[in-house]
Design a protein around this ligand. Structure first.
Ligand code: NAI
Length: 254
């Protein structure tokens, strides 16, 4: 499928697997050239090969989104080798769960570093191309955990922080034709949710069954569910939608 987005270049962070991989392949199917960014460049090649096998254009780039120098270099490389980026999806994420009294400063800082500092550095680098083009789309991955989640003081704070970050980008960049929106997924089946199940010592199928009981549509989410929402926010027609937080969780969230 191609859309009016054909010819544009997107960057998706944390795209070697999980939700990011789903977003990258969906945006490529929508007609965008897609830079697949993750910590290990080699780990990105499977997604790039899938994009290319389906007739699209992709580029694997290794970067730690919390590293200012590496982010600048990665974004310049994308502009040089794939095209100047005007779509950015800040998806890279980690969890370092623990109850507050057991949470280390390292685990607090690591989560803030990837989600908040990383999204800030990536957005600051890419907005230069967006404002130059007079068009851009930023999508940040929040979470239902932004509403509060036991064992996730760091992650919940970061994901709530991303909502304020998103609204501020919408205010600052709107005049340049740039929108910024956040997607707050509920339970999505990925390595991240598998790791959570392992941490609490529950077999993943049992963990999923318990989650499904609380989800009105009666199933867990898949990366493609989030990719569909990203595709909408990245589309030409979504230019009047900005500063929003969309809960994609199989039911309502406050
Ligand atoms: P995942 O753990 O499967 O994938 C995350 C990817 O981010 C990995 O490939 C990892 O290498 C990469 N990454 C981590 N730190 C990085 C860094 N410093 N620089 C570059 N890349 C880095 O996780 P999943 O489930 O695909 O999550 C994607 C996003 O969606 C995250 O922001 C997560 O917080 C969010 N989310 C996930 C939910 C779920 O149920 N799986 C629910 C709500 C939000």
């Amino acid at each position: 499928m191609t859309t009016e987005n054909t010819g544009r270049t997107a960057i998706v962070t944390g795209a070697a697997r999980g939700i990011g991989a789903g977003i990258a392949t969906r945006l490529a199917a929508d007609g965008l050239a897609v830079a697949v960014l993750d910590l290990d460049e080699a780990a990105c090649t499977t997604v790039v090969e899938k994009i290319e096998a389906d007739g699209g254009r992709g580029l694997a780039v290794g970067v730690d989104v919390a590293d200012e120098v590496a982010v600048t270099a990665a974004v310049e490389r994308v502009a040089d080798e794939l095209g100047e980026p005007t779509v950015l999806v800040n998806n890279a994420g980690i969890i370092r769960d623990n109850l507050l009294f057991k949470m280390s400063v390292e685990d607090w800082d690591a989560v803030m570093g990837v989600h908040l500092r990383g999204s800030f550095l990536m957005s600051r680098a890419v907005q230069a191309y967006m404002t130059k083009a007079g068009w851009g789309r930023i999508v940040n991955l929040s979470s239902t955990s932004a509403l509060g989640n036991r064992g996730q003081a760091n992650y919940a704070a970061a994901k709530a922080g991303l909502q304020g970050f998103t609204k501020t980008l919408a205010l600052e960049l709107g005049r340049f034709g740039v929108t910024a929106n956040a997607i707050a997924p509920g339970f999505i089946e990925t390595e991240m949710t598998k790791a959570t199940a392992a941490r609490v010592g529950v077999p993943f199928d049992d963990f999923k069954d318990a989650a499904v009981k609380e989800i009105p549509v009666g199933r867990v989410g898949l990366p493609a569910d989030i990719a569909h929402a990203v595709s909408f926010f990245a589309s030409e027609g979504a230019g009047f939608v900005s500063g929003q937080v969309l809960y994609v969780a199989g039911g309502p969230k406050a």
